[in-house]
Design a protein around this ligand. Structure first.
Ligand code: PLP
Length: 283
């Protein structure tokens, strides 16, 4: 597999990153994951918008023009003949001797790689998944997509031990979001509900795409926070992320949602999304 590192495409075993990279020492780095289907990136302009927002929030300069980042992503897809999977990119503040304070002159480290895996039509898409509920473990700026993911790593481990594929975090009695996904429910009268964007959650690109689909297909959607109880009482539930698109949720902690099968409107949304991305060219 070719990766992009140090300004070049290199075989993965030749990639080199300083041990003084601030991403390693402090989690002082941001990242993005873009889905690839049929060799094409999905919603990549939304991901690059968010990348620019994350970098601006941390006062890290863009390492190269945005069009060049997209060209590098596509360069990896081509070199690795990737038809379906993800492109990961990471930009850190750069490398310097360990010091919490940073100089404004640091040059960002930028690397990227692809991962080959099924994005659509997975068992999770067909059958739905279970999600666990755990207290929110993360810091107060979850709107920035940083590489500080230890809260998510530990929570996903705990969820897996409980037989769940994902975990939804709860703070002040409300669900914030999944460890690596946006949480949605569908009420009994058919409204699609998800939490409004704020510093409490990552503004999901797939979330944005789903809300646009709701508008286009005449589905009512409401942006408001919801409780675990509301989620348990919902007609349907699902989650979204670039790596998993729209995944039905059929159990939340101990509560079966609906009849335990993916819901009807969730199925419609899955179809609308695939139709939209297969008909779009968002490179
Ligand atoms: N929320 C968190 C915490 C995430 O890590 C992710 C994606 O990894 C999402 C939401 C979903 O965002 P997106 O749809 O842009 O992948």
């Amino acid at each position: 597999r070719f990766v992009y590192c140090g300004g070049n495409y290199v075989p993965e075993q030749d990639a080199r990153l300083s041990i003084f990279d601030r991403g390693t020492l402090f989690g002082d780095a941001v990242y993005e994951v873009t889905a690839v289907i049929d060799g094409r990136m999905i919603d990549n302009s939304l991901h690059l918008d968010r990348l620019e927002r994350s970098l601006a929030a941390l006062d890290i300069p863009l390492p190269c023009p945005r069009a060049e980042i997209a060209a590098i992503q596509n360069g990896l897809i081509t070199r690795n003949a990737l038809m379906e999977g993800t492109v990961y990119l990471q930009i850190s503040r750069g490398a310097a001797d360990r010091d919490y304070r940073y100089a404004d002159t640091l040059l960002p480290d930028f690397f990227a790689f692809t991962q080959r895996r099924a994005i659509r039509d997975t068992p999770a898409h067909r059958d739905g998944i279970a999600v666990a509920l755990l207290p929110e473990p993360r810091w107060a700026r979850r709107d920035i997509k940083t590489t500080m993911l230890l809260g998510q790593v530990l929570a996903k481990r705990e969820a897996r031990d409980a037989g769940c594929a994902e975990v939804w975090f709860v703070e002040d009695g409300m669900i914030t979001e999944g460890a690596s996904s946006t949480a949605f429910l569908i009420t009994r009268d058919g409204a699609v509900v998800t939490r409004p964007n704020s510093r409490a959650t990552l503004p999901g690109c797939t979330r944005r795409a789903v809300l646009d689909l709701c508008a286009r297909h005449g589905l009512v959607f409401v942006e408001r926070a919801f409780t675990p109880q509301e989620a348990a009482d919902a007609a349907e539930a699902f989650l979204t992320s670039a790596g998993s698109l729209i995944t039905p949720v059929v159990r939340i902690a101990d509560t079966i949602i609906g009849d335990g099968n993916p819901g009807r409107l969730t199925r419609h949304l899955q179809r609308y999304y695939l139709d939209a991305v297969l008909g779009t060219d968002d490179r």
